[in-house]
Design a protein around this ligand. Sequence first.
Ligand code: ATP
Ligand code: MG
Length: 228
Amino acid sequence: MDMHKPIINIKNLAKEYYFSSTVIRALNKVSIKINRGEFSILCGPSGSGKTTLLNLLGLIDLPTQGSILLDGKNTEKLNRVQRADFRLNNIGFIFQKYYLLDELNAVENVFLPALAKEGHSARLVKKAENILELVGLKDRVKHKPKYLSEGEKQRVAVARSLINEPAILLCDEPTASLDADNSKVILDLLAKINKESFATVFLVTHDERQLKYGDKVIQIIDGEIVSN
Ligand SMILES: Nc1ncnc2c1ncn2[C@@H]1O[C@H](COP(=O)(O)OP(=O)(O)OP(=O)(O)O)[C@@H](O)[C@H]1O
Ligand SMILES: [Mg+2]
């Protein structure tokens, strides 16, 4: 781990979607550098390319042009299996929709992303319980999603994103389904995680009240970065 290199280094990124016979240029000439431990906020209008950028950063999708270096590693060179592996070990995701599994209780949802890596163990369950305690859900460990409030569900999703101790936390409008109070709880939590675990947080938001949480605010319009 090199503390001085940017943990995220996006160079001249473009993404085109081919839809029936048209080409949609969702990102154009996007270059961004983010240092380790920074809390960055990406904001821009609907359709401006925010989710597209996050999916590329999370190695969920591939760019049409340009490169993404994560922790100094050129992700272009990774094959499909290596990308999945890198993602599992280095990147946590939080989405607007929580994507919790209904049949699993809170603690099971939280340790699920670690099962493939290390298998089930008492130690893993304990770790998941500790993270649920960190997000204020110590007494909701055995609850299935249908018995949780919206804010609690998102806190379970935050806990799940942390189970593999990611260096990078990608958050795509995590508070869009929440009221103001619950949104603040989630943002305060992300700020705390950012401070205490030194995870680099990259947050997409529409909510201007959240801009103050960012060390840096990046604005995107029509697929291009307009201020950084
Ligand atoms: N799979 C796809 N196929 C074709 N076009 C797509 C696809 N995904 C996104 N787009 C288009 O790319 C552009 C950027 O979409 P994107 O989802 O990144 O926007 P966004 O900034 O996240 O918007 P929102 O704030 O509404 O979530 C839009 O014009 C969208 O219609
Ligand atoms: Mg989006």
